[in-house]
Write a protein that binds this ligand. Sequence first.
Ligand code: EPZ
Length: 417
Amino acid sequence: MSKFVINGGNKLVGEIDISCAKNSLLTILAGCILSEGEIVLHKYPSYTDTECMCNILKHLGAKIKKEGEVLVVDSSSLNSFDIPTELACLVRSSIFALGAIIGKFKKAKVAYPGGCEIGARPIDIHLSGLRQLGVKITERHGYIYCDGKDMHSATIMLDFPSVGATENLIMASVLTKGETVIYNCAKEPEIVDLQEFLNLLGAKISGAGTEKIVINGVAKLGGGEFTPIRDRIVAGTYMIACAMCGGDISLNGANPEHLQSVITKLNKTACQIEASCDKIRVKSDGKPLSLKKIETSVYPGIPTDLQAQLLALQCVSNGSCMIIENLFESRFKHVPELIKMGADIHLRDRVAFVRGVPKLFGAEVFGMDLRGTASLILAGLCAEGYSVVNNARHIDRGYNRIERELSSLGADIKRVD
Ligand code: EPZ
């Protein structure tokens, strides 16, 4: 079980090229199922979650080859419509494949998804939308059986702007005759990226990034070449790392428009942030000010995927902060671990009350999920002495060799297998 050994206290100086977005790649890989042609994805990184999605595509019969940072996917010979438990349980995004499979084959048998254990993560909004598209659904023995022979276009109102449900229903509608309208959609940049990708293949989708998305069904999708957007959560993680450790870093490829809410917050913690269309520079003295209150919400609000990292930042601020997690009911597993490092945090339901301390102290801690593990690494980078962050497998789901990227900025961090 690999882990990270960190000797805290170094400032971060230098620049990093931000990888493509995990949460864009995962839905785009599901979207490949809909295509009859060859798809070339550029700047493809090696996240373990995307490798799991590739294994699902291979199980369905797709041909996949990876040459350096280029991934080539050929779904023309897809010959299966089922995703077994052993593949589905590894990632949340396996449920995104359901929409694509049912959209293409008009039938599907998919096991329940997995993913970070940050809450119950139900799929009721996904299934309700598919039923409104005429899909007959039976849930039995841990599988979701779908019959889509009577599928039709529809007007769908989501109970909540769920990212995955929005993506799933777009994909289920792309090859369904007629005009489907989805209201109360999620507006994340990764959904806009999915629209751009599918339209490149011949789909007719508009409205992504707003609460209303319109899909006009087409007969089939071809192939094409595409470069996904960069990962705003990875970029935000490194911005927060600099705010905590001090230094001067540049994040090449990062799109400040995707991080406006975070940039606004970090500017209030005495960071100086310079943003251009494809680069974000952060300068900090490593003495962050208290933010008083941080509340996660759907895009374009403060992303829940940066809650743990912002909480770690506030642990070393000059005052108190209330952090409210509105998206997931069990996304504070990093708190007991941060307390082991000397943080002053009190939890009550979905609220963390943080009182900043002058410094954290190195300790042995345990990552419990992807973004929580990131927050423990950030804490280790600015703590006094050595830290060991166990369960590196969590971080590899969504960061491309984080120890290499942080070391290139001057951090003293090593992976120990
Ligand atoms: C996506 O998860 C991301 N994952 C998550 O990133 C991210 O935290 C989340 O969106 C919110 O932005 C991927 O894109 C692979 P949701 P998703 O459906 O689609 C409730 C990371 O660290 N809900 O928008 O699962 C749900 O319980 C991961 O990269 C229902 O009630 O999130 C939650 O409270 C973690 N019923 C809220 O909606 C449903 O059918 C938001 O979930 C679906 C969701």
